[in-house]
Design a protein around this ligand. Structure first.
Ligand SMILES: [Zn+2]
Length: 408
């Protein structure tokens, strides 16, 4: 929750601080407005409490007979996901969801990861994923790219082809696949930074942000070194559903092995939630939306909340305007709660009309640099509630006779 600054600001008479007041006034004369759309990072919309989505990350290795794996089993698993409405995410999407809530898992979502860069990623996984419009991650130990050991490994040409096709994204599995917890500081850094650098050098335009710990082995020192080397997430081999509370450097995975029966696969991926009708859904059905789309939640969905957060660039009075798309199925009482310097004010908006335009809620005092919010809920709304954009409009620096001091 944004901090509520109720009662915390100091107001003094202008006569006591005349020079400061004049300085603030001079700095505040420029007209300003700030628009926050539902696509902006300052906007989030959340599921109802107790029904937070969970994402399942799957871990594969080799996919053909040389690993005891029947490629037909893998193809059947992917077909199951496609037939049952599963979505697949990249690690960047998983990171974005954990950090900001966007994107949301609007249908059951899995992340398909493949360790050790075996050639079967290219020969089996790549065409299968591509046929379903799925994406996956190829966790690669970069010292073995294109090298034949007991098994063949993809080379940089194959890796780049999968990457540029937007199907399999290569991320780090260290350089030589050691147990990272046993290494000296300098070796640990070489394994982590070297692998990342090799990936970024060989895949033009690539930023490598994600790591899979070899053998799933890690500790606090490994995490610290990995973060310093530029990794933003790391996956383990500990099974567990990923939620927005999951630590970014300890993302659990479920292993899928040659002997994993279809029934076990189905029960594993059924841990992925999403959908269920309580989250905010993106739509473009009504054309008069701000920017690319808007989001909606049905009236009566307890706990569903959409939030726009902002930090005013200067202290004073700002007007809050809201934008939505109207329709006869909308709420006549959509509640916008404006959190401002003097408390919270709830405005009820009739969204059955007046859409496709800025509608003014009211004007309030805000302190420069502090965090405030506008929150729209659906609990007691009598129709669909629409979250699209809000606008802050600068009104005036200070009320007559008062100077507002800056953020405390
Ligand atoms: Zn491995």
């Amino acid at each position: 929750m944004p901090r509520n600054q109720t009662g915390s600001h100091a107001a003094v008479k202008a006569s006591a601080l005349l020079s400061l007041g004049l300085a603030l006034l001079a700095a505040s004369t420029a007209a300003q407005e700030v628009i926050i759309d539902n696509l902006d990072p300052q906007f989030t919309s959340q599921l109802a409490p107790g029904s937070e989505g969970g994402v399942v990350v799957l871990m594969y290795h080799g996919l053909d007979g040389s690993f005891g794996y029947d490629p037909a089993d893998f193809q059947a698993q992917m077909q199951y996901l496609a037939d049952n409405g599963y979505a697949t995410w990249t690690m960047d999407q998983l990171l974005g969801w954990i950090e900001t809530g966007t994107p949301e898992p609007v249908s059951p979502t899995v992340v398909l990861t493949f360790d050790d860069n075996y050639l079967t990623v290219y020969s089996v996984a790549y065409p299968t994923l591509q046929s379903h419009g799925f994406v996956g991650i190829n966790f690669t130990h970069t010292a073995y790219v294109g090298v034949v050991t007991s098994y063949d490994h993809c080379d940089w040409i194959e890796i780049s082809a999968m990457e540029s096709a937007g199907v399999l994204f290569t991320e780090s599995h260290s350089r030589t696949h050691p147990d990272l917890t046993t290494l000296s500081d300098s070796s640990l850094n070489t394994e982590l930074a070297g692998s990342r650098s090799a990936i970024e050098t060989n895949i033009p335009g690539k930023t490598c942000r994600h790591l899979a710990y070899p053998y799933g082995a890690y500790d606090g020192r490994v995490i610290t070194f990995a973060e310093t080397a530029g990794y933003e997430t790391a996956v383990t081999t500990v099974p567990g559903v990923v939620t927005r509370s999951t630590p970014l450097m300890e993302i659990g995975r479920y292993g899928v092995n040659p002997d994993t029966p279809m029934s076990t696969f189905i029960s594993t991926v059924s841990n992925a939630s999403g959908g269920g009708g309580v989250e905010w859904t993106s739509s473009t059905s009504e054309p008069e939306h701000w920017s690319s789309d808007y989001q909606y939640a049905p009236g009566g969905t307890a706990g569903a909340v959409a939030t726009w957060v902002f930090t005013p660039s200067q202290s004073g009075e700002w007007a809050i305007d809201v934008w939505y798309t109207d329709h006869s199925n909308r709420a006549t009482n959509a509640p916008y709660a404006v959190n401002h310097a003097d408390g919270t004010t709830v405005y009820r908006v009739d969204q059955t009309s007046g859409g496709g335009a800025w509608n003014t809620l009211g004007s309030h005092m805000f302190h420069q640099g502090n965090y405030y919010s506008v929150q729209l809920t659906a609990d007691d709304a009598d129709g669909f509630v629409i979250a699209d954009a809000i606008r802050l409009r600068w009104v005036s620096s200070v009320p007559a006779g008062l100077v507002i001091l800056g953020a405390e």
